[in-house]
Design a protein around this ligand. Sequence first.
Ligand code: ZN
Length: 253
Amino acid sequence: MPARTDNVTDPQLAASLLLMRRGQAVWARQLAELPDDRFDEPSLLPGWTRRHLVAHVGFNARAVARLVEWARTGVENPMYSSDTQRAEEIAFGATLPVEALRHLAAHAAVHLDVEWRDLPEAAWLHQVRTAQGRLVPATETVWMRTREVWIHAVDLRNGASVRDFPDVLHDLLLADLIKVWTRKRTATTPDIILAPTDRAETFSLLSEGGAAASEPLVIVGSAADVVGWGIGRSMRGVATASGGEPPRPPDWL
Ligand code: ZN
């Protein structure tokens, strides 16, 4: 095979790509370990079998690759033409034979990685639009995919756990939870303080001016378990400041 490497020289971006590739490897391993006759069983996501999940992760790689291509060519290339198209694609994908699903997962991931590898350094700062309509630099596509592969490996429900994520990913997800909750905040969103017991800092979603209208919801537990709660995947190992069971978190993605 010809020796090919990333065009990236920025150490932070190189580290981001590495974290994504570790997650892709975990996702691929969990998928490889899943026997063909277990694809019809439910995933951790409501209403989705493992088939839907595998189709989604494959089509997500293609969608993210469209954004990277957009950054490279300057020609607008949205992730999905509509929410309907995205949903129909997943529904169709779930009907594919298992072998085709495995092929989709592997091939789409390789294609995305090639798009990143070949993206010229300057093009990483070109703006592209997320499925939610936000304009972001192409560097953000790495984080978008990082969240997908690591978390959906857990959603596959065959052994991967949020507790096994690297510490740096827990930290990034704690910060991302606050960022996204802040963006999506509504009148009914409570003030929240994430207080991981194995971290020096807390992560807060507080009202403007910092003066909470009511007592903020404090979530205590290991960083891993606070993340598991925040991303809506697990209730284990977390408690409120008074030791009670926390409510469901606000919607994240
Ligand atoms: Zn997803």
